[in-house]
Design a protein around this ligand. Structure first.
Ligand SMILES: [Zn+2]
Length: 204
């Protein structure tokens, strides 16, 4: 079961070529992400990401499309992460299911898909309800700017606040697992791409 976010519904309504799959519809089929639940990693670096990948047994990794266990390295792509020591390009692994051939990006739960702001900072921004708390966020991570704060607070109100309240979920650690189970999306993910999860407690 999954729910379509209002932004995605709008995107599909504005698709000008009826009968042909929109980008978001194609992503349902071809681009399910695998979120690695580490429960420990907060500030992600390339070294930590590589450790998470090294700790994974790709032969045991279950494909979220067909359920087959067994993936191989397919490719890498870059994404920007805003860290306290500056923005950097994280090299993200994409794996391929050896049964159905679908490819899946591997993302740890410490980042939000399609966002350059970490999950830790995203949660702090959502919980910041005074100017002092916002200043404290800038102090801890100078890479963030005011538009990051406004965008995340706005997206939370539009896409996630009621959703969490309807399931009596609070913005607490462990929310990623609940959101992937209930909505098939990482918490605060806005785009329609579906997510599966894989728990990994051996990231050192
Ligand atoms: Zn598969």
């Amino acid at each position: 079961m999954y729910y379509c976010f209002s932004g995605d519904e709008k995107k599909s309504r504005t698709c000008k070529r009826p009968g042909k799959a929109s980008d978001s519809a194609r992503s349902f089929l071809n681009d399910i992400m695998i979120i690695i639940i580490t429960r420990t990693v907060k500030r992600l670096t390339q070294i930590l990401y590589d450790k998470i990948i090294d700790a994974l047994d790709l032969y045991q990794l279950e494909c979220p499309c067909c359920g087959h266990s067994g993936c191989t390295v397919h490719a890498y792509y870059e994404r920007i992460v805003k860290s306290p020591t500056g923005s950097f390009k994280l090299l993200v692994l994409r794996v391929k299911c050896s049964a159905c051939g679908k490819t899946h990006a591997i993302l740890p739960d410490s980042i939000v898909p399609y966002s350059s702001v970490s999950m830790e900072d995203t949660v702090e921004i959502i919980l910041a309800d005074t100017p002092e708390m916002v200043n404290s966020i800038f102090w801890d991570n100078p890479s963030l700017n005011l538009s990051d704060i406004r965008r995340i607070q706005r997206n939370f109100k539009i896409f996630w606040k009621e959703r969490l309240e309807s399931f009596r979920l609070e913005v607490l650690p462990g929310l990623s697992e609940h959101c992937i189970q209930l909505f098939r999306r990482q918490f605060m993910q806005i785009r329609c791409t579906l997510c599966g999860s894989f728990i990994c407690d051996h990231t050192g």
